[in-house]
Design a protein around this ligand. Sequence first.
Ligand SMILES: NC(=O)c1ccc[n+]([C@@H]2O[C@H](COP(=O)([O-])OP(=O)(O)OC[C@H]3O[C@@H](n4cnc5c(N)ncnc54)[C@H](O)[C@@H]3O)[C@@H](O)[C@H]2O)c1
Length: 307
Amino acid sequence: MSPDTVLVTGGAGFIGSHIVDKLINEGHRVRVIDNLSTGRTENLKHLENNPNLEFIKGDLKNEKDTEEAVKGVNTVFHFAANPEVRVSTTNPRTHFEENVVTTFNLLEAMRKLGGVREIVFASSSSVYGEPEEIPVGEEAPVRPVSVYGASKAACENLIHAYSRLYGIKAVILRYANIIGPRLRHGVIYDLLMKLGKNTSELEVLGDGTQVRSYVYIDDAVEATMLAWKNSTGNYEVYNVGNEDWITVNDIVKAILNELGLSNVKIIHKPILHGVGWPGDVKKITLRIDRLKALGFRLGIARSRPLN
Ligand SMILES: NC(=O)c1ccc[n+]([C@@H]2O[C@H](COP(=O)([O-])OP(=O)(O)OC[C@H]3O[C@@H](n4cnc5c(N)ncnc54)[C@H](O)[C@@H]3O)[C@@H](O)[C@H]2O)c1
């Protein structure tokens, strides 16, 4: 592979595979490492014969696999993780290993092998926990309330230290809820799966008043590319969110309406202060001024020709 090869960890997953599409479209050579725990080769099937794509079935928990993936690349998009906030509560060790240990292994491989100049990291709005004010800006305190959020905050801090110590440029993206084709987790996916099995009643986790902000995948990819190409500092953090928001109850209404379903009995399952599971955040929306200062506007991807 040529030295301008970009490594995408988790490139067979939802966001990662869309990033791969974009990078390939822009003419980059791309190497993917994915252990296919939640990712699927179908997400990259359309690129099967593309000479610019190399796929490694490997696990970042394994140091050898990680070094093999990092060898010869100069940019890393680190998107591999266990993205399930709920799992992080029931099995925190899994999350620590799948999110923090993997990131440490990756950074260590980058340090040992040299050559990698920059890392773009998929962090999450969950690092803010329950923010005092919404929309929340990047300067707000990092106070996660889930092990998932804590794992992302730990990764950010590890990346910060490696960036300072070893001169690796870092771009941190704190994504809100991203939706679009190939998504297989989260509230909307969960509701659709339940309705696929039973259209007479629907269990909704939480009291339904939880506030969420969603970004379409094309906008999230565009935001990621803008931040990667235009951020000037050695370590920059960007929120990737929308300027509107929706309650879970309104999501339910929209889904039922879209599917033409009526007379569905809605059963709310709130815990604590109305959230759906331990670690769930009642209200979060993100301020995206930093991203906008780079030229981002929502819908930007749809207003540009696809190449
Ligand atoms: N989808 C969202 O709304 C959202 C929001 C905030 C942050 N994120 C973050 O964005 C990234 C991508 O999320 P996604 O929604 O595409 O999830 P996803 O589950 O579709 O993708 C994660 C990918 O990582 C791979 N993977 C997991 N552990 C691995 C390991 N040890 N070694 C190699 N590959 C491994 C999986 O097989 C999968 O392909 C994650 O880091 C997630 O935490 C996602």
